[in-house]
Write a protein that binds this ligand. Structure first.
Ligand code: BGC
Ligand code: ZN
Ligand code: ZN
Length: 358
């Protein structure tokens, strides 16, 4: 069958015929999503990228939806499903209870990223326990459920950490809390939408003017846009939560930390690619004095994929037309040139690019 493969740490992709079949029910892939992680692998820049044991290549792709080709126990022929992308080490307790996002050994595998073949191929075979049902109504935007699952998990984690004190409003909602999201990529936008859905007042920032499509989304969903080209200029103690989702430079952390309120939390999502975090003693003392928490956020698991499907469904009806704004490009699998370009460079207005297999 046809597949898109890579040879980490080498750069580039190959359209290759592979003969690979593992255990589980047969699923025909309908769509793949492209994300920044794929591009880092393709550029040979992702340290964690690794071929599966016994192979000299890795099938790329960790965002996919597909159609079940045969009846299983839980799923029936014709069901639309999304596979979960990280799988456990089989040893630590967190992995054994279905939470390899907190794997203790670090020996988990990730489809299309680390030690497990990914989903950019005609068919996959998978254990039903790793499959999530895709509601028919959101099929055209369901590919977003994988990155969104990472964020559902992040929210869950943030709220759990913040249970260290009362971190709600007097009406027991989050409506009086303020969040700053740095970055307007897929993650920045989805994180902002999710925070808005939780009730937060959300400001989303990037170092430029917002693009037209972004502005449409921000207006439609009531997000505030902040152009940080000249730095960040808020009052001190403005935000209860700051999310770094730009993956650009470590400087943004030291630049924005001062805007965090007492008891605030700073979430780091994605991988910072440059710079150094300069924290002077004054800032460190502030950190302690204000009871600030900082947390690394990564990878959602099956319950989070299910929450993501629910939220996509909710957004589709709350914000008519949002599906078409979030999916910015669709490329047919036959268009190899365009796929090669899309897997190496993000296009200017991109929010989510999909590869279509049909
Ligand atoms: C995926 C995560 C994964 C992370 C690190 C992201 O692109 O969405 O689920 O854990 O990469 O490999
Ligand atoms: Zn990803
Ligand atoms: Zn583990």
């Amino acid at each position: 069958m046809q597949a898109i493969t890579v040879k980490p740490p080498g750069a580039g992709i190959t359209f290759q015929n592979v003969d690979y079949k593992n255990k589980g029910i047969k699923i025909k892939i309908l769509e793949n999503g492209i994300c920044g992680t794929d591009r880092e692998i393709v550029k040979g820049q992702l340290n964690s990228a690794a071929v599966p044991a016994g192979f000299n290549y890795l099938i790329l792709g960790h965002e996919a939806i597909g159609i079940v080709m045969e009846d299983g126990n839980t799923f029936k022929k014709g069901d639309i499903v999304m596979p979960v992308n990280r799988r456990g080490c089989g040893k630590c307790l967190n992995c054994l209870v279905g939470r390899p996002d907190f794997c203790e050994t670090g020996n988990f595998v990730e489809a299309g990223i680390k030690g497990m073949h990914g989903f950019m191929r005609e068919y996959i075979y998978d254990d039903e326990k790793y499959l999530v049902r895709v509601p028919a109504d959101i099929k055209n935007m369901a590919i977003l459920a994988q990155p969104l699952a990472d964020l559902e998990k992040s929210m869950d984690e943030i709220i759990n950490i913040q249970k260290r004190m009362i971190w709600k409003c007097s009406d027991n909602t989050f409506h009086c809390l303020h969040a700053l999201v740095i970055g307007t990529g897929t993650i920045g936008i989805l994180f902002s939408l999710l925070l808005k859905t939780y009730g937060f007042d959300v400001t989303i920032a990037n170092r430029r003017d917002a693009h037209e499509k972004e502005l449409k989304i921000f207006n439609m969903t009531d997000l505030k846009y902040y152009n940080s080209a000249n730095g960040y200029n808020f009052d001190n103690n403005s935000f209860d939560l700051i999310i770094e989702a730009s993956g650009s430079s470590a400087d943004v952390i030291s630049q924005t930390l001062v805007f965090l309120k007492n008891n605030g939390i700073f979430g780091l999502f994605g991988f910072i690619r440059s710079g150094e975090l300069g924290i002077n003693t004054h800032m460190l003392q502030d950190f302690v004095y204000k009871s600030i928490a900082m947390v690394g956020l990564i990878n959602g698991q099956k319950p989070h994929f299910e929450m993501a499907m629910d939220h996509l469904m909710q957004w589709k009806y709350m914000y008519p037309g949002i599906d078409k704004l979030l999916i910015t490009d669709e490329i047919q699998i036959s268009d190899r040139e365009k796929i090669t370009t899309a897997l190496s460079e993000k296009s200017k207005d991109e929010i989510k690019t999909k590869i279509l297999w049909d």
